[in-house]
Design a protein around this ligand. Structure first.
Ligand SMILES: Nc1ncnc2c1ncn2[C@@H]1O[C@H](COP(=O)(O)OP(=O)(O)OP(=O)(O)O)[C@@H](O)[C@H]1O
Ligand SMILES: [Mg+2]
Length: 139
């Protein structure tokens, strides 16, 4: 137990506002510390989560996140699932290209987040929402 957080269960958080994005950053930091990620890895994961939470809010029209401690028998890690019921991503390869944006951003959120984590998975389809799962393992 760390500061009232039960790491045996996924920690859920809504993403409906800028304040929620800040809460997601704090939650991911807390769980990453508890999972004993290095300071550098904590920061990489928080940065990735911040980008993905912002996408959930801006493009997904809001959604939710679940943060879990995972264990593969060799290492401990942190897994984060972002889910929204927005329009989905029609061309995923394009969306993952550095510099591609439909919203006047830098187009570096998804591609940057992918580089900052160990595992990265997106389930999405036009009209079917978007689920992004990322995992960072302790070293
Ligand atoms: N959850 C989502 N639902 C629908 N479309 C999304 C979602 N996340 C990303 N996209 C699409 O993928 C594009 C690329 O996302 P990415 O985060 O890389 O760039 P950005 O958000 O436009 O800019 P930046 O993150 O650099 O400020 C977005 O412009 C948007 O079209
Ligand atoms: Mg983005």
């Amino acid at each position: 137990m760390t500061a009232g957080i039960d790491l045996g269960h996924p920690q859920a958080q809504a993403i409906q506002s800028d304040e929620d994005v800040v809460r997601v950053r704090q939650l991911v930091r807390t769980v990453a510390v508890a999972a004993k990620l290095s300071l550098v890895d904590q920061t990489k994961l928080v940065t990735a989560a911040s980008e993905l939470a912002r996408n959930t809010l801006v493009y997904g029209g809001g959604g939710s996140v679940e943060v879990s401690v995972v264990d593969n028998g060799r290492r401990r890690g942190v897994r984060i699932l972002f889910a929204d019921s927005g329009p989905g991503i029609v061309d995923l390869d394009l969306a993952l290209t550095d510099g591609y944006t439909t919203g006047g951003g830098l187009g570096l959120g998804l591609s940057g987040a992918r580089r900052l984590v160990d595992e990265f998975d997106i389930q999405t389809a036009a009209g079917a929402g978007t689920r992004v799962t990322v995992t960072k393992w302790s070293r």
